[in-house]
Write a protein that binds this ligand. Structure first.
Ligand code: C2E
Ligand code: MG
Ligand code: MG
Ligand code: MG
Length: 292
């Protein structure tokens, strides 16, 4: 009895947990001022087709903390998601991405690229999400048909009726949807079939173990085949090696993203790479599958 109580007490006053809690609170406070202090930026990672031609970019949020330096979104997005702060961040991201999309529409080599934007669960669940996206498009003058919103399995299945309604409303404007980190959730095919999706993004955990774990190659093959039958586009995430790229090409995966083709970088740097010498201009706007 006493031992159990002692364990509980120890757990409650754990100095490590206490320190973590304080660090988290401090991080949240700093994040609250990050937008106004102009510490946020979007970086862009290129997506390519089987011929290595750029087809789009994914916008990834970066936070430069004045003392800690760059903080990973894997660290601060979950903190922001615990409060309304994520709505403000999400709005900032949409605005910045749409503004960049608009700027690229006048830039050679960039004007046909799609821009994919990550959406958080809380942001998507908000009753004004559709209007939020619409407003970002209107303010920037960006082409809606070049905007792809990345959702995840858990968030779209929270309330399927609401999800479908929001997706349909944005589809009417031309906005497309991708399912991010696909394969890590537990969604069934019949559930996903109800959603007006454009693209599946295969989680990088499956790509990384292709050729190492025989099962992962089978899973990737299954996802690519299933997507093709459903008329969905596919992007493999986290492609780091030529061997992985070739294995994916073998499986007829149409899209690729990962360090092999470039890390996330500033719009300026990306523009220099894609528009620089030795890069062939895109021949066609490769929309591999008809838009539903
Ligand atoms: P994600 O959307 O799945 O983004 C892909 C992550 O994989 C990015 O991490 C990217 O830098 C990383 N990555 C790309 N290629 C490779 C590769 O070849 N190997 C490996 N190991 N990693 C690769 P990042 O930028 O740290 O972002 C982490 C996550 O944070 C994202 O995962 C996304 O869920 C979230 N996130 C990032 N930006 C935003 C945002 O603007 N809004 C929201 N709601 N979430 C965001
Ligand atoms: Mg993503
Ligand atoms: Mg992902
Ligand atoms: Mg993710």
């Amino acid at each position: 009895q006493a031992k159990a109580a002692g364990r509980n007490a120890y757990r409650f006053y754990d100095p490590v947990l206490q320190a973590q809690l304080e660090a988290r609170t401090a991080l949240e406070a700093a994040l609250r001022g990050a937008i106004a202090a102009q510490q946020l930026a979007l970086h862009y990672q290129v997506q390519v087709d089987a011929q290595r031609q750029p087809i789009g970019v994914e916008a990834l949020l970066r936070w430069h903390h004045p003392h800690h330096g760059p903080v990973s979104p894997a660290q601060f997005i979950p903190i922001a998601e615990d409060s309304e702060l994520i709505l403000e961040l999400g709005d900032w991201v949409l605005d910045a991405a749409c503004t960049q999309l608009r700027a690229w529409s006048d830039t050679p080599h960039m004007s046909a690229l799609t821009v994919s934007v990550n959406v958080s669960a809380r942001q998507f669940a908000h009753p004004h999400f559709v209007e939020q996206v619409q407003a970002a498009l209107a303010r920037s003058g960006a082409r809606a048909d070049l905007l792809i919103l990345e959702l995840t399995e858990t968030m779209v299945l929270q309330d399927v009726a609401d999800t479908v309604r929001k997706m349909q409303a944005l589809r009417c404007l031309g906005v497309r949807f991708a399912l991010d980190d696909f394969g890590t959730g537990y969604s069934s095919l019949s559930q996903l079939q109800r959603l007006p999706l454009y693209q599946l993004k295969i989680d990088r955990s499956f790509i990384q173990d292709m050729g190492v774990q025989a099962n992962d190659t089978v899973i990737v093959q299954t996802i690519v085949g299933m997507a093709r039958n459903l008329g969905l586009d596919v992007v493999a995430e986290g492609v780091e090696t030529e061997a992985q790229r070739q294995a994916l090409v073998q499986l007829q995966c149409p899209g690729f993203q990962g360090y092999l083709f470039g890390a996330p970088q500033t719009a300026q740097a990306l523009h220099a790479v894609l528009g620089g010498p030795g890069v062939a201009p895109r021949r066609t706007l490769s929309v591999a599958y008809p838009l539903s």
